[in-house]
Design a protein. Sequence first.
Length: 114
Amino acid sequence: MSNQSIGQNGEEIAKNYLEKTGYKILETNKRFSNLCEIDIIALDKKTLVFVEVKTRKTDVCGHPLEAITKNKYNHIKQGIYLYLQENQQYKKYRIDAISVLLKPELKIEHIKNV
């Protein structure tokens, strides 16, 4: 399984998890430039949520959320500002992170308002 297919699998797992917990998925893989792609954009009641998903087969090389660097976070914020300029009806928003570990058993961790 390639890193890209592992990532896509994790994003699908995260999307299903969010839908089951009451989120409405608005967009996936929203690209703003070659530097910024937001994995999932969803609504949690009236709050717009930008979700970064990190997936790993195992945690042998570290926890998935360790891959969200300050540089990555700043690129996400740039994308958010562009999205909010195009979608001014949203007044409240936050950034969430979801880690997906595939083995030895599926484990999903959702951190709100990173």
